[in-house]
Design a protein around this ligand. Structure first.
Ligand code: RB5
Length: 143
């Protein structure tokens, strides 16, 4: 899968760990940064990833900040982007099957690396439901 990933200073460590694991698993991963604790603005990275998913350059996007919240808010400003902030595997699974989420946001200060990787793996592996009721509802998200 073609995956674009980015983080701010609050999420760059977890982002690096996840990017390495996804590459090792055979995914095509593009890491847009950041790569240090130097403070930067999370919306700048969220918008880059959101644009690249909205225009279908990538299949999925992953964004990491301290909480995952700001990244999700900014990414969801883009038409065609369905970003979900996940701290548990149940939400990861159903954000894919019922909502066809195409951007995952994580909080490095919220979830540990083991849970984060489980969330990522499940989120990438779960297909969107083809059930008519879910397809219809997802189509209504952009208004
Ligand atoms: C940075 O301190 C923090 O605000 C940011 O990483 C993120 O949690 C925002 O939603």
């Amino acid at each position: 899968m073609r995956i674009v990933i980015a983080a701010d200073h609050g999420g760059f460590r977890l982002k690096g760990t996840i990017a390495k694991a996804l590459q090792a698993a055979g995914h095509e991963v593009t890491d847009l940064g950041a790569s240090s604790a130097e403070p930067i603005d999370y919306p700048d990275y969220a918008h880059q990833v959101a644009r690249a998913v909205a225009d279908r350059t990538y299949d999925r996007g992953i964004l990491v900040c301290g909480t995952g919240v700001g990244m999700a808010m900014a990414a969801n400003r883009h038409a065609g982007v369905r970003a979900v902030n996940c701290s548990d595997t149940f939400t990861a699974r159903f954000s894919r099957s019922h909502n066809d989420a195409n951007v995952l946001t994580l909080g490095e200060r919220v979830v540990g690396p083991g849970l984060a990787q489980d969330i990522v793996d499940l989120w990438l592996a779960t297909p969107a439901s083809l059930d008519e009721r879910h397809v219809k509802r997802v189509a209504k998200i952009d208004g």
